[in-house]
Write a protein that binds this ligand. Structure first.
Ligand code: OGA
Ligand code: MN
Length: 293
């Protein structure tokens, strides 16, 4: 048995009434026991977003820890014609993406640039969207740049019965145009743009709960209805899904390590001043095929 004096003791403290919990008592620089990993996984299923504060973790620590929750995913490559929008990624490890507005000799070191970013699902446009995303805060602006998370289980449950009926069994088209705060163009040439159809309501593979699976940034339209009806339905779904009562806004501090369940939440970023630098280190874990709700 491990020496109890140094054994990890997982303490879970909710961060808001709707989602998010801080875990303390765990040293992420160590190789964690199966028992500790199982406790973190349980808290993650329950709280959707987990925050560890005051961490000093290397890239290797981050990847070792993330791999406890599934196979590490590779950074996706933008198609050639969208490459100019996909920013530089001065990062050799294919599992790591730097999220930053920083430039070295005019070349962006990472992705997602400046300013705000609309609510989205990470790689929701892929056949198998990431199950999990892990972000570690390395450099932060003096204000702004919060990451906002909305609870999509609660959003689904809050839908009026008639709206639930209108979306039952429907799929939506998710399109990735490498934008951050602009609607997908209605006339996008899909042959050159990553996209996929997913159920509007999904079943979460771990919790078995129903979750709403659309987002303002990348969901282009609902399949099998007119554009007008699709816009009407999506407008209502975004209004409910982005209600303040379902959101936890994470205010970053240096050393924060934040991980989220990509099938139970959508996330966004608030504006931050572009003269200031923000740098976070991201990795992701692969997900499976999305199950209908
Ligand atoms: C991401 C992301 C938000 C942020 O890394 O997937 O959406 O606050 N980041 O930078
Ligand atoms: Mn994201």
């Amino acid at each position: 048995m491990a020496n109890t004096a140094v054994a990890d003791r997982v303490t879970v403290t909710p961060l808001s009434p709707v989602l998010g919990a801080e875990i303390s008592g765990v040293d992420l620089t160590r190789d964690l026991s199966d028992d500790v990993v199982a406790q973190i996984q349980q808290a993650w299923n329950d709280h959707i977003v987990i925050v560890f504060r005051g961490q000093e973790i290397s890239q290797e620590d981050q990847l070792r820890f993330a791999a406890k929750f599934g196979p590490l995913a590779q950074r996706k490559k933008a198609p050639e014609q969208l490459r100019s929008r996909a920013e530089g990624v001065l990062q050799l490890d294919p599992h790591v993406l730097l999220v930053s507005n920083k430039k070295i000799n005019g070349v962006p070191v990472g992705a997602f640039g400046d300013g705000d970013m609309w609510f989205h699902i990470d790689s929701g446009y892929a056949e198998k969207p990431y199950a999990y995303t892990f972000l570690y805060g390395l450099e932060l602006p003096s204000w702004g740049g919060d990451t906002l998370f909305s609870n999509m289980y609660l959003a689904y449950e809050a839908l009026p019965e008639l709206l639930k009926q209108r979306i039952a069994g429907k799929k939506a088209l998710h399109v990735h145009e490498y934008k951050r705060n602009e609607k997908v163009a209605a006339d996008t040439d899909l042959s050159n743009t990553p996209h996929w159809f997913h159920p509007v309501v999904i079943t979460h593979p771990k919790t078995g709960r129903k979750s709403l699976f659309v987002d303002r940034l990348m969901t282009a339209r609902i399949e099998g209805v007119s554009q007008q009806e699709s816009d009407d339905i999506l407008g209502q779904l975004y209004e409910i899904g982005e209600r303040e009562e379902f959101i936890y806004a994470h205010k970053w501090r240096l050393g924060d390590f934040v991980m989220w369940d990509n099938l139970a939440t959508v996330h966004a970023r608030s504006y931050f001043p572009k003269e200031e630098t923000r740098l976070l280190r991201r990795c992701t874990v692969e997900g499976g095929l999305v199950m209908p709700g």
